[in-house]
Design a protein around this ligand. Structure first.
Ligand SMILES: [Fe+2]
Ligand SMILES: [Fe+2]
Length: 303
């Protein structure tokens, strides 16, 4: 697969006992960008030594060439490889001809030639799917062909790898119910990801964090295990919303054989640092139990 990258982890000995991922989102290079906060993210990333950094879209505020140039320079400064996906702000909003004819021109030049990518690092397979569209700019979409792309990527993955999907738009609603319906066809995507045994979905866009399970909002006894969903607020911009108004956040995620562990961090201006404010543990063994239960219910219904 042309857009598949197999990378060496960034940890000093080249092998991480537990693969670790730093999840950032909504950088918004341009007017709302906060340089001091962005520098702190870099410093803390060096301390945390993740195997990979994931940025779930909205690198820029207005999709300008110069904003992408600055974003690219910033991402190059991380020691770990970076997996990235475009957001709706990375498509020109006012420059109509560019929006219709070459919406990802600057993104492709500075950030990544491909807008759907696979990153294979430290036992993690990260499939980043571009959910932004030039017509439906704010809600986002994932096409069937992109679900097929994810399916091929995970089929090619080695046994035991951790399967992660990244989109910009949110598949879980915002936790405070303020606006922002989930991406249309979210249920279709989640069903497919469940069949593909995806462990984790990372997203952004709402500028508010959510950490939970797809079963929280698409329940039903015939559902199988659900998928852990981690949505990040804005990491480096002044555009936080709702309970994260003027707040910045990132997530540190580690996955071992038994547990997905998410440490949610928020910017504390008085200390010029991000500090952990909540921790979330999801036992991976629970998936088997929930799958078996759903199967048993299904076969009883068939009798
Ligand atoms: Fe954003
Ligand atoms: Fe967005």
């Amino acid at each position: 697969m042309k857009d598949r990258r197999r990378l060496q982890p960034a940890s000093p000995d080249g092998v991480s006992a537990v693969p670790t991922l730093l999840h950032l989102s909504d950088l918004h290079f341009g007017k709302p960008f906060l340089p001091e906060v962005a520098e702190a993210v870099l410093t803390q990333s060096r301390e945390l030594q993740p195997d990979v950094v994931v940025v779930s879209g909205d690198l820029t505020q207005r999709a300008r060439d110069e904003q992408f140039r600055q974003a690219a320079r910033y991402l190059e400064r991380f020691q770990a490889p970076v997996a990235v996906t475009p957001g709706n702000h990375d498509v020109p909003f006012y420059r109509f001809w560019e929006r219709f004819l070459a919406p990802y021109r600057h993104y492709r030049r500075h950030i990544s030639a491909d807008v759907n990518t696979v990153t294979d690092v430290a036992g993690l397979v990260i499939v980043a799917l571009n959910s932004s569209r030039r017509l439906t700019l704010t809600n986002g979409r994932i096409r069937r062909s992109q679900l097929d792309f994810a399916s091929r990527a995970f089929t090619d993955a080695a046994d035991g790898t951790v399967r992660i999907v990244v989109t910009h738009h949110h598949l879980a609603p915002p936790p405070d119910f303020e606006g922002g319906n989930v991406m249309p066809f979210a249920r279709r995507a989640l069903k497919r990801f469940t069949r593909l045994n995806v462990d984790l979905i990372l997203a952004g866009h709402m500028h508010r964090s959510y950490i939970g399970s797809s079963l929280d909002f698409f329940p039903g006894e015939l559902q199988r295990r659900g998928i852990v969903i981690v949505q990040c607020g804005t990491t480096t911009s002044s555009r936080g919303r709702g309970r994260e108004r003027y707040r910045n956040t990132f997530n540190l995620v580690s996955v071992d054989e038994t547990t997905i562990h998410v440490v949610h961090h928020a910017w504390i201006a008085e200390m010029s640092r991000f500090l952990p404010i909540s921790e979330h543990r999801f036992p991976r063994d629970a998936r088997q139990y929930l799958d078996d239960t759903a199967e048993a219910i299904r076969s009883r219904a068939d009798d």
